[in-house]
Design a protein around this ligand. Structure first.
Ligand code: DLL
Length: 432
């Protein structure tokens, strides 16, 4: 029974890991300096040259990259290899302005899939498993990443993609799926459908690999109980490759970061100062092995804590906590990235005032978004039919901007509380 497990890497000594990181970082900085004029300029502005970076302890000399840089440099400005060497792009679910597009050489794909394979093995996966992947396929990294990892492990891979619950359940029963890969909210929905249809005895699932959105320990326990499985968290982001940047082991107390490929730092989101392990702050990644899209000091905006406490699984790679929130205002609703600014754009374009509130909730383990929008005083005298019509128009405009359904409620002028400081636009009732 061949298992895609690399103890010589995943359980390497801390000295060995640091030695790999030092060597790879120096090489990567030179590669970026030589091939990415955008980042070279940033380094020059900070007065840093490749020779100044001798190892991980010099990382803090490098400038940060942010999502704004990715947007400025869209589409090819951060590409570090000739286009002829790239074989794939993936993209984020962001829908306004410029999307973030990440490039991969075949080597990058291999390493990314290797990271996903490690996650599957850590969840107990072997070549005897039937791995049911219902993350979305296409531009989203979830489907392609776990699909590739599953191949590497040698599982029988079911490339289901998301949606069509009847078909998901039929294949799950008929083919005897043993590992389920999807967002936690979809896993909860599938669990509910399985139990409603009395299929619990007919499924063979033993583990789930769930991520791409925030989920609580309570939700983990619910899913584990209703499906009779062990549920593992997996984290990642398109900019840094996709799922598999980090993953949980059987201890389920944080996700091991694949430190042979990514250097993690925690910074103070306000000042950019590097914080010691154990501090809560913004997670920053440097990819040290990627060829086509190697980001140095990329600010994820995810707020986490890193821990180097010894793990009983034997892995020595640093663990990150579940993201506790984001330092920007991005919401993740039903796995889709939603920015309040996108909503504001739609409202203003449709002639509505910018007085609105977003109420995000989780009902039956599925996210809901309600938007209260103040009417203008002129609209307030409209008939009920006119108001209903306007709400419908807004729902449809928001759907095409965000890609998800939001309920819209037009409310009386001046009925939404004003704030003297920053406007409080978001009420997130999800207990995460
Ligand atoms: O969500 C990649 C992924 C796919 C991860 C499948 C895991 C499984 P993006 O669409 O670029 O990539 O979104 C990245 O999602 O910065 C986090 O804010 C959030 N996120 C990802 N995984 C988790 C997780 C994919 N396990 C953004 N818990 C990240 C909480 C997560 N948030």
């Amino acid at each position: 029974m061949e298992r895609y497990y690399q103890p010589e890497i995943e359980c390497a000594s801390r000295d060995q890991i640091l030695a790999w990181q030092n060597e790879r970082l120096v090489k990567q900085v030179k590669h970026v300096w030589d091939s990415v004029p955008y980042y070279r300029k940033k380094m020059e502005e900070k007065g840093v040259e490749p020779g100044d970076i001798k190892g991980v302890e010099d990382l803090c000399k490098l400038p940060f990259l942010t999502k704004d840089d990715l947007r400025d440099a869209y589409p090819y400005g951060l590409l570090a290899t000739p286009l002829k060497d790239c074989v794939r792009i993936q993209s984020t679910s962001g829908t306004t302005g410029r999307r973030v597009v990440a490039f991969y050489t075949q080597h990058d794909i291999d390493l990314w899939e290797e990271c996903c394979a490690r996650a599957i093995v850590a969840a107990g996966g072997t070549n005897e498993d039937v791995c049911h992947v219902c993350y979305g396929y296409g531009l989203f990294t979830g489907g392609p990443g776990l699909n590739g990892g599953s191949h590497k492990v040698g599982c029988l891979t079911l490339p289901m993609s998301s949606g069509n619950t009847d078909r998901q359940l039929q294949f799950m029963v008929d083919l005897g799926s043993t590992i389920l890969c999807c967002t936690p909210s979809y896993a909860a929905y599938l669990a509910e459908s399985i139990n409603e249809r009395g299929l619990r005895d007919k499924i063979k699932l033993k583990a789930g690999i769930f991520g791409a959105e925030a989920w609580s320990e309570e939700m983990r326990r619910d899913i584990e109980k209703s499906l009779g499985i062990k549920a593992y968290d997996i984290y990642g982001l398109t900019e840094i490759s996709g799922p598999g940047v980090s993953f949980e082991c059987s201890e389920q107390t944080g996700m091991h970061i694949n430190e042979d490929h990514f250097i993690a730092e925690i910074i103070d989101p306000e000042t950019g100062e590097v914080l010691p392990d154990g501090s809560k702050g913004e997670l920053v990644f440097t990819s040290i092995t990627k060829e086509a899209f190697p980001l140095l000091r990329y600010r994820t905006r995810d707020i986490c804590v890193l821990s180097r406490k010894q793990c009983s699984c034997g892995r020595t790679h640093v663990k990150m906590s579940k993201p506790m929130g984001r330092s920007d205002d991005m919401l993740i609703i039903k796995g889709v990235n939603v920015f309040p600014s996108q909503i504001e754009t739609v409202l203003i374009n449709m002639g509505m005032p910018a007085n609105y509130q977003l109420i995000v909730d989780r009902v039956n383990n599925s996210d809901t978004l309600d938007i209260e929008v103040e009417m203008t005083p002129e609209m307030f005298s409209d008939t009920v039919a006119q108001v209903t019509n306007r709400e419908k128009e807004l729902v449809s405009a928001l759907k095409s901007m965000l890609g998800i359904y939001a309920r819209v409620h037009l409310v009386a002028p001046k009925s939404i509380a004003r704030s003297e400081g920053k406007a409080v636009r978001i009420i997130d009732k999800r207990k995460i």
